[in-house]
Structures are given as structure tokens and as C-alpha cells.
Design a protein around this ligand. Structure first.
Ligand code: NAP
Length: 279
């Protein structure tokens, strides 16, 4: 199954996330692909990700005949405030150079000459968008225009910032990646903007940010009806309301279980109940 953004590029409907995998990244990416995932999320940010090890996994997969064109690769430009001293760019360079250096370094890490999606890890401004945000977004647009990335996106964005971007940018984002809290209606405001603009909403930390939902008696009853676990119910719910979920599991059993979410359905009443479970 795939989701299609307003620029007609498609993304597989469930993505494997590589944050916090450290040295296990190479093995886990291969395991995820062997289990059925065909899209991988990473970032050029050594605090949380090992992008070069994703590249090692891709090399190993290529030797097994799983070629680059069969995989969807997404990585991110992480501004200085999200990096430690190991920046993948000259921290004293201007922002445009930082984006270019980070992007080129990502291509080297991943052993490819293009990415499927390139995401700004987060705006520089806490509220609204400032000069740095606009400068970097223009660089993202230029990368898209160059054909080196098939999509551009933004992460950790508020509804206000996304609205501004959609209204004022030359190119609005094709993807948004946000932490998704049930207590905020599963990021309802941002999701609605995405839906109105043909932007693919990617939700992360669906399980870790919503432990209460996993333990909710009604969610457990729904899971029982379907003979599945609460985690799959959350992922299925995400898919049925139009979201692209990420999973960060380190277990092959969970990888396979998570992917099962593509193969059953929740009723309208169940969707409504889960949508409002934490409100
Ligand atoms: N843009 C950003 O700023 C940002 C920030 C954070 C994350 N992300 C992206 O989102 C990805 C996912 O984030 P996340 O790791 O927080 O997601 P998550 O899937 O909500 O959390 C992973 C946790 O859920 C558990 N889990 C997964 N499937 C399970 C299942 N079927 N049953 C029980 N437990 C299960 C995992 O345990 P096991 O390992 O034991 O399965 C792990 O502890 C990251 O890897 C990264 O790519 C992006």
C-alpha cells in the first residue's frame, strides 16, 4: 500500500525508523527490509541516528539483489540546535552551505545519488517562521528542483508554522513528520492542514507517546476482537485516518506484527473511539 502526495510521489504506507539503534542500525535495517518494510527514515544527526550504518545496510541489501530503486529513503537536515559537536557540516558556514554540505554527506553515507524524501528536522523558531527558517526552506526547495530529492518535508512543526509555509513558500512541503499524541487528538490540527494540502502526515512515537492508550480497556477489547495486540490497533488506526505511521521496533517479531496492521480493519465506531480516547 502507498500514500500519494500532491506532487504525485508515492510513499509506502508504513515506515521503519532508525533512531536510537546505534551499532545495531545495520542489522535492524536489513531485518526490517527482510520483514517487509520498504521505506526507511534516518537523519544526518549523530546524537540520535547512524545514517552511515543505514548506508552499510543498503550495501548489504544490494548484494542480496534488493536494489536502491525498490526502497524509499528519507533523511533529514538537522539544524545546529539539534546537533552536538559532530555536525555533518561546517557549523560556522552560512545556512545554505550547511544544508548543501549535510545533504551531500547524506548521499555519501547512504551510497546513493538521490533521496526519496528530505526533511527539515525542525524549524529554528519556536513560534512562527523566522529568517533562518525561510532561508533553509529555500535551500530545501532548490534541492527538490535539482531532482536530488523527490520530496521535501518538515518535522516537529506547529499548525501555525505549517499554515505559514503552505501560504508563503514557493513549494509547500510534501511530507510532515510529527510526534503524535492522542491527548492532542493525534495532532488533529496539523493533520487537517496536511489533508487539505495533499501533504503526507507521518506520525512518530505513536506507541511511546501514548502508553495510556495501549493500556486503555476499550483499545484492549478492540484488540481482542481482532485477535491482535494494542500496538497494531494504534498503527491500524493511524493508517485508517490517513496517517503514515513510523515504527521504531528493534524486534523482528514486532516488525512482522506491526506490518499486520495493513491486513485488518477497524469499524467507524472503533475509529471514533480511538480518536477521542485521550481527550
Ligand atoms: N523527526 C523527529 O524529530 C523524530 C523524533 C523521534 C522519532 N522519529 C522517527 O520515528 C521513529 C519511530 O519512533 P519511536 O521509536 O518513538 O516509535 P515507536 O514505534 O512509538 O516506539 C518504539 C517502541 O515501541 C515498541 N514496539 C514497537 N512495536 C511494538 C509491538 N508490536 N508491540 C510492543 N511494542 C512495540 C518498541 O519495542 P521493541 O523494540 O521491543 O519492539 C520500542 O520500545 C524513529 O525511529 C525515527 O525514525 C523522528
Amino acid at each position: 500500500m502507498t500514500l500519494t502526495a500532491y506532487n504525485h510521489v508515492r510513499i509506502p504506507s508504513f515506515m521503519y525508523g532508525t533512531a536510537w539503534k546505534k551499532d545495531a542500525t545495520t542489522h535492524l535495517v536489513q531485518l526490517a527490509v527482510a520483514s517487509g518494510f520498504s521505506s526507511i527514515d534516518t537523519a544526518n544527526q549523530l546524537i540520535h541516528y547512524q545514517e552511515a550504518l543505514v548506508g552499510e545496510a543498503l550495501q548489504a541489501l544490494a548484494k542480496q539483489g534488493i536494489t536502491r530503486d525498490t526502497l524509499f529513503l528519507q533523511t533529514k537536515f538537522t539544524p545546529l540546535n539539534g546537533q552536538d559537536h559532530r555536525t555533518p557540516y561546517d557549523a560556522s558556514a552560512d545556512l545554505t552551505s550547511q544544508v548543501r554540505q549535510s545533504f551531500d554527506s547524506s548521499l555519501t553515507h547512504l551510497g546513493t545519488d538521490y533521496v526519496d524524501s528530505y526533511v527539515l528536522h525542525g524549524p529554528y523558531s519556536l513560534r512562527g517562521l523566522g529568517a533562518a527558517d525561510w532561508e533553509v526552506w529555500a535551500d530545501m526547495e532548490a534541492l527538490y528542483q535539482s531532482g536530488k530529492t523527490k520530496m521535501i518535508g518538515i518535522s516537529n512543526v506547529t499548525a501555525e508554522q505549517l499554515t505559514q509555509l503552505c501560504e508563503q513558500a514557493t513549494l509547500k512541503p510534501m511530507v510532515v513528520q510529527n510526534r503524535c499524541y492522542a491527548a492532542l487528538g493525534w495532532d488533529k490540527e496539523v493533520r487537517e492542514i496536511c489533508q487539505a494540502h495533499g501533504i503526507i502526515y507521518q506520525g512518530f512515537s505513536l506507541l511511546t507517546a501514548n502508553r495510556d492508550v495501549l493500556a486503555d480497556p476499550e483499545v484492549r477489547t478492540i484488540a481482542k476482537r481482532l485477535g491482535t495486540a494494542p500496538a497494531q490497533i494504534i498503527f491500524r488506526f493511524a493508517m485508517q485516518i490517513g496517517m503514515l505511521p513510523l515504527t521504531g521496533t528493534t524486534s523482528q517479531q514486532h516488525m512482522k506484527e506491526d506490518l499486520q496492521a495493513e491486513h485488518f480493519s477497524l469499524s467507524t465506531e472503533e475509529l471514533q473511539r480511538i480518536e477521542t480516547v485521550a481527550l
